[in-house]
Design a protein around this ligand. Structure first.
Ligand SMILES: Nc1ncnc2c1ncn2[C@@H]1O[C@H](COP(=O)(O)OP(=O)(O)OP(=O)(O)O)[C@@H](O)[C@H]1O
Ligand SMILES: [Mg+2]
Length: 371
């Protein structure tokens, strides 16, 4: 198990209070595949470099299996690392590139080559061993970099945006491959990415970072369905969650979110503590949790369709309220079988219990997060 305890990293010269990593706590189980996900500059690479031992934390502790490693040199950490720019040695063959970390450890040449061959088989590049990096495709170079990181049998694999240089199709192949290799070898893996789809697709758990702080650390489904705050909710999802400004109010025995365009009555089992009444909130609902419905349906809201985009797998409908009182348009994902055209007047309703309420007086905390 890897444990990060209250890790802070301040780069020299950075202004005080401007921490690259700010009180990070994280536990990663043996054999687990974890992604660090967040916007540019949120501290992902910094965290990875501290795990590798290439940077020292300003404060806090890093443990590998119960052993404090803060002062353990990178070469003694048994880590394999693949950087965003996977910098292979251009003058060395694929074989020598893969064997490089072994030769550094004074492993005899023949044995190093034998192990390089084994690793290259796992990554299906054993037919390329005599080539130079320049004679390989991007995806093949990627796998050589991965083989080099794996050749010394690391306990921990650290990957920093390893797929950012690949085209969309190859990315999918490589990501499947990374996951397969990781499963087969059981190596604890931490991948840094700002591609949410990638993180959600391949990880056991994802840590969402913002401003050097962990916002939420959970399995992909939970992050998506039960975001703890507005940041996580709006960071994940494409097209993004609809967010409508409103106020929490009590009306004739019901609790409602009152917006400028509609009033949404909360179901009984989603009622909030009375202390929240009167608060400014954002009402959140994902595009695929909205349906086009009949005017007679419960809580149907009248809308006018502004635009329909064909996505292939379905349609993205952008609707506005006919009175123009809502400050935002509403995005709806529908199946291809739904006939809608711009200019149509329609009714929409929200799938039950799929909404979120973010408290704008308390950093956007999700008031329904524990349901
Ligand atoms: N060597 C450095 N000296 C000073 N500040 C740095 C240094 N490296 C990074 N930073 C700052 O620390 C913060 C975190 O940087 P980091 O590289 O960890 O971000 P990241 O999440 O990996 O971003 P990206 O997705 O753009 O790679 C940023 O504000 C960055 O400007
Ligand atoms: Mg980075």
């Amino acid at each position: 198990m890897i444990t990060l305890k209250n890790i802070v990293k301040e780069y020299e010269g950075k202004q005080e209070g401007n921490k690259a990593v700010d009180g990070l706590d994280l536990e990663i189980n043996k054999g687990e595949f974890v992604a660090l996900l967040g916007p540019s500059g949120c501290g992902k690479t910094t965290t990875l470099m501290m795990l590798a031992g290439l940077l020292k934390p300003t404060s806090g502790e890093i443990y590998f299996g119960g052993r404090l490693v803060n002062h353990v040199e990178p070469k003694d950490r048994n880590i394999g690392m693949v950087f965003q720019s996977y910098a292979l040695y251009p003058h060395l063959s694929v074989r020598d590139n893969i064997a490089f970390p072994l030769r550094e450890r004074k492993i005899p040449k023949l044995e190093a080559y034998e192990r390089a061959k084994e690793t290259s088989k796992i990554l299906q590049i054993d037919h390329l061993l005599d080539r130079k990096p320049a004679q390989l495709s991007g995806g093949q170079q990627q796998r050589v970099a991965m083989a080099r990181a794996l050749s010394k049998n690391p306990e921990i694999l650290l990957l920093d945006e390893p797929m950012s240089n690949l085209d969309a199709r190859l990315k999918l192949d490589v990501r499947d491959e990374i996951r397969k290799i990781q499963r087969n070898l059981g190596v604890t893996t931490i991948i840094v990415t700002h591609d949410q789809e990638e993180a959600l697709a391949i990880s056991d758990r994802v840590a969402i970072l913002n401003g050097g702080k962990i916002q939420q650390y959970a399995p992909p489904n939970e992050l998506f369905n039960h975001p703890v705050n507005l940041f996580v909710a709006s960071f994940l999802g494409n097209p993004p969650m609809n967010l409508v400004k409103g106020t929490l109010e009590e009306k004739s025995g019901n609790q409602v979110v009152a917006t400028n365009g509609f009033e949404y009555v909360l179901p009984e089992d989603r009622r909030l503590d009375k202390t929240h009444m009167g608060k400014q909130v954002l009402f959140g609902i994902r595009p695929h949790d909205i349906m086009i419905c009949d005017s007679t349906d419960m809580q149907a809201i009248k809308m006018k369709i502004d635009l329909v985009e064909h996505l292939g797998s379905g349609k993205l409908v952008k609707a506005i309220d006919p009175q123009h009182k809502l400050e935002t348009m509403i995005r709806i994902l529908t199946g291809n079988e739904i006939e809608v055209n711009s200019g149509d007047n329609v009714y929409i309703k929200f799938k039950e219990r799929k909404f979120h309420i973010f408290d704008m007086t308390d950093n956007g905390v999700n008031l329904l997060q524990y349901r």
